[in-house]
Design a protein around this ligand. Structure first.
Ligand code: FEO
Length: 172
């Protein structure tokens, strides 16, 4: 079983993960609009990752005999000043999500819900990766700031990212 409080908190996280997918999908459209298909591809893969995160929590709530309830998803921004501004926003967003995951774990500890605590550890590791991947692109964009052709080269690199679904449920 799952407590009502934990159920509500996990439903909130489902909404946050949906929002992440929505935000990155909006960034896909932004990068397409400024002719950076590689950046758009990177963000498309990111959107797919967020969908996996969402469904992981969704399935967990069901598995614990909880009840998933879906709320409205907030409208994401649709324009950014530059690719760097978009990736800085993505990095900030991931830091915010890390804070939300930590808050869920604090609740699990408070409620002595060891199952939820263990389940959420996957997200702790995932957030290390999520923050790192966005921040790496921020650093690359800063490095190429004034280099002619740098953005084009980075776009080609970003085009290589492929979505790899977790091989086994619960693992990645
Ligand atoms: Fe689901 Fe990017 O955190």
């Amino acid at each position: 079983m799952i407590s009502k409080k934990m159920q509500e908190a996990l439903n909130g996280q489902i909404n946050s993960e949906f929002y992440s997918a929505y935000l990155y999908l909006s960034m896909v459209a932004y990068f397409e609009s400024i002719n950076l298909p590689g950046f758009a591809n990177w963000m498309r893969v990111q959107t797919q990752e967020e969908h996996i995160h969402t469904m992981k929590i969704y399935d967990y709530v069901n598995e614990r005999n909880g009840r998933v309830t879906l709320k409205s998803i907030a409208e994401p921004p649709s324009e950014w000043e530059s690719p760097l501004a978009a990736f800085e926003a993505a990095y900030q967003h991931e830091q915010k999500v890390t804070g939300l995951v930590n808050g869920l774990i604090n609740l699990a500890i408070e409620e002595k819900d060891h199952a939820a605590n263990m389940f959420l550890q996957w997200f702790v590791n995932e957030q290390v990766e999520e923050e790192n991947s966005a921040e790496t692109v921020v650093q690359k964009l800063k490095l190429i700031a004034d280099a002619p052709g740098g953005r084009y080269m980075l776009d080609s690199e970003m085009a290589q990212r492929v979505f790899t679904p977790p091989a086994v449920e619960g693992e990645k």
